[in-house]
Design a protein around this ligand. Structure first.
Ligand SMILES: C[S@@+](CC[C@H](N)C(=O)[O-])C[C@H]1O[C@@H](n2cnc3c(N)ncnc32)[C@H](O)[C@@H]1O
Ligand code: SF4
Ligand code: SF4
Length: 380
């Protein structure tokens, strides 16, 4: 492996990076601290030690490095990023650097004044966790009485300031029946609505911690039938893993300055530490990242050979999330994928057959381009 020294690194940056690997999207979890204690939160077991968080100056320098490396989208998340003392300074710098700035929040710290400042910084949108269509359901999940009312205040403040807002729901046993009401509520509030029924096990924890909330097989079937009719993804109609952008054009950062290819890895694959290295050094020179970028579908042999992969939302980060070797499947997603395939078969009356594989490669049937006039269907 060739090691790039600091002066060479700077000339590389000045000359433009080797084409394809730019950190277009960075997701930065600025803290694990939060005003709420959501019973579904995958961060519930994490250490909130603020002393290990990066100093303000270091965060600002890193944001400037990202600008020079070509970052386009900066997503600040947490915990709740509004808890971080200099958060608005970071948002300001990210906006000034020309990033599309997105913020995930509990909504508890967004007053009219904060919303106005977000608008001035050019924040593109804010996503707020919305766990129920009424105070009782939402506050039961967040374990903070009054959190629903504060959330609605945040929505009004953001709307008043003209900042686009999304209400985002993790669908659980408690709120599955409320999905239509949540949709209608968001429509009336003038914000977008997003929901997802996948619930991931807490980091450093177990499934048992979320079993009261998590949809079972019948619940997942109901969710898909009502709200998201599954189908094979265009990427293949074949077997094999669609390689994602993690580490190629995406990076994640933990509150303690650990850099990973995507936040789904958490502490599961740390490619560098901002307490000791610059973001540029890590992105250009991490040996682990270089190896990761060389991986192909074949590096994930079981998923590569899986006949249902066109229906699967698997990613290596999620396997790592579940505490597995990241090249292995994630059993829970195999179950979920089977449900989706069965529902697709039920809906279409067809039997799913992936493209045939010859010499280890899927054979895709070329689409026949039809020109009007030559198409028998268009003749006379
Ligand atoms: C960890 S939170 C951090 C940002 C902010 N506090 C919020 O709630 O949006 C990011 C998103 O992850 C979702 N989330 C939390 N725990 C989850 C889990 N176990 N499975 C799936 N999504 C989860 C939250 O509901 C939220 O939409
Ligand atoms: S608001 Fe977000 S970070 Fe806070 S407890 Fe809920 S899901 Fe977790
Ligand atoms: S996670 Fe399971 S269902 Fe998904 S591609 Fe891998 S083996 Fe197939």
């Amino acid at each position: 492996m060739r090691v790039v020294d600091k002066s060479e690194l700077m000339s590389l940056v000045a000359a433009g990076l080797p084409g394809q690997y730019r950190p277009w999207q960075v997701v930065w979890d600025l803290t694990y601290a939060c005003q709420l204690r959501c019973t579904h939160c995958y961060q519930m077991n994490l250490d909130w030690n603020v002393k290990r968080q990066l100093p303000t100056e270091r965060i600002l320098e890193t944001l400037d490095e990202m600008r020079d490396l070509g970052t386009q989208e900066l997503l600040f998340s947490g915990g709740d990023p509004f808890i971080v003392r200099d958060f608005m300074t970071f948002v300001e710098r990210a906006g000034a650097n020309g990033f599309e700035v997105v913020i995930y929040s509990s909504g508890q710290g967004i007053t009219d004044h904060v919303a106005q400042r977000l608008a001035q910084c050019g924040v593109s949108w804010v996503e707020l966790t919305l766990m129920g269509a009424d105070a009782e359901t939402h506050d039961t999940v967040t374990q903070r009485r009054g959190s629903f009312v504060k959330l609605l205040d945040a929505v009004r403040a953001l709307s008043g300031a003209g900042v686009a807002t999304v209400g985002k729901t993790v669908v659980t046993k408690q709120n599955l029946h409320q999905v239509p009401t949540l949709m209608e509520m968001c429509r009336e509030l003038g914000i977008k609505f997003k929901c997802d029924a996948h619930m991931w096990r807490p980091w450093n924890g177990s499934e048992a911690q979320i079993s009261d909330l998590k949809l079972d097989r019948a619940g997942m079937q109901e969710f898909y039938r009502l709200y998201r009719q599954p189908g094979p993804q265009d990427r293949s109609c074949a077997m094999g893993v669609a390689m994602c952008n993690a580490g190629r054009s995406r990076a994640g950062i933990t509150p303690f300055g650990q850099v990973n290819p995507c936040t789904t890895y958490g502490q599961g694959m740390v490619i560098g530490d901002l307490h000791e290295q610059t973001f540029t050094e890590i992105w250009l020179n991490s040996p682990m990242l270089r190896r990761y970028r060389e991986m192909t579908s074949k590096s994930y042999p079981k998923c590569d050979a899986c006949e249902m992969s066109a229906f699967c939302d698997w990613c290596p980060g999620l396997s790592s999330w579940a505490g597995n070797d990241y090249t292995e499947p994630y059993a829970e997603l195999c179950d979920d994928t089977e449900i989706k395939k069965e529902l697709w078969e039920e809906g279409t009356g067809k039997h799913w057959v992936p493209a045939p594989v010859v010499n280890g490669e899927p054979v895709l049937i070329p689409t026949i381009m039809r020109r009007p006039g030559l198409d028998p269907a268009n003749q006379g």
